[in-house]
Ligand binder design. Structure first.
Ligand SMILES: [Zn+2]
Length: 291
């Protein structure tokens, strides 16, 4: 799968997220407000922040797929990371304000007036669990870690809705404090998610490396590929740039090789790296003479 296909996948996933969450957010906030369930409103605001998050991921991806130009000679991949950082700030901010609202309403909770919030919260949990299973199957088939992260998010959304359902049930059974207490739990889940996403983006801005087993695999593949030329990989380094990777390879080779042979070798190295890591967009190859 190349970078463009990855962008397509990210954008499709984001669009599905927006569509699903707009419906869930609207239903939960409206029913929560009508029936006095702050827990369901909090869960609905969580879905609303997911909408903003998916929309920003979509926009970031649209920007990131722009080809390199004079001002950004290595492409615009990090636009996606900046979008992620913005998302994390919005999500964490939403969580903190919901948490604050929950704490202030804990001492004087309003009684929940109907069973509808319970039904909506349970239905939302079921929808989200379904989205988790569907996305996880896709992610496993495509071996995509970003899609896996999406799937896990759907499951944490399901947990958030279950927490809201428990709060509403408690309130209906005569413990009105259960509803804002559940909202506080939902707020905690939202803040946790925002911080985790933000932390991941900070690593990416710091040029986080590909997983070490991937680097080892590239190293082994290059050893096999180059052995017949008497050349071998000395250094394999890489960094993540949004949905793509930039890989640097230093090859030690026979000092008597001609430029034309080195060029052929360089093409083999690039192809070999991309076979192991299809999202390696930029592959830089350097040759050192063997002692
Ligand atoms: Zn969420």
């Amino acid at each position: 799968m190349d970078a463009q296909e990855r962008f397509d996948r990210i954008e499709t996933g984001a669009a599905v997220g927006v569509a699903g969450n707009v419906g869930l957010a609207a239903a939960k906030v409206a029913v929560g407000l009508l029936a006095n369930s702050w827990a369901l409103v909090a869960d609905g605001l969580h879905s609303a922040s997911d909408v903003v998050a998916s929309a920003l991921v979509y926009l970031g991806s649209r920007l990131a797929r722009k080809p390199p130009d004079e001002r950004h000679m290595y492409g615009h991949y990090k636009a996606e990371v900046l979008a992620g950082l913005l998302v994390s700030a919005i999500v964490a901010g939403t969580g903190i304000s919901i948490g604050w609202e929950s704490i202030t309403s804990l001492p004087r909770p309003k009684p929940v007036t109907s069973t509808l919030p319970l039904i909506i919260a349970l239905a939302s949990a079921a929808v989200k669990e379904g989205m988790y299973r569907y996305t996880m199957r896709l992610a496993e088939r495509a071996q995509s870690s970003s899609l896996k992260a999406d799937a896990k998010h759907h499951r944490s959304d399901a947990l958030s809705s279950l927490a809201a359902a428990a709060g509403v049930l408690g309130a209906l059974l005569g413990h009105p404090w259960a509803d804002p207490a559940a909202a506080l739990l939902v707020a905690g889940l939202i803040v946790k998610m925002g911080v985790e996403v933000g932390w991941e983006c900070v690593h990416e801005l710091m040029d986080v490396a590909p997983p070490p087993e991937l680097i080892r695999e590239i190293h082994r593949a290059l050893e096999r590929e180059l052995s017949e030329y008497g050349a071998e990989p000395a250094i394999v380094r890489g960094r993540k740039m949004g949905p793509a990777y930039h890989i640097d390879v230093v090859i030690t080779a026979d000092p008597s090789l001609r430029l034309r042979e080195l060029e052929r070798l360089r093409n083999r190295v690039t192809r070999c790296v991309r076979r192991v890591l299809p999202s390696a967009d930029i592959v830089t190859v350097e040759f050192h003479p063997r002692e």
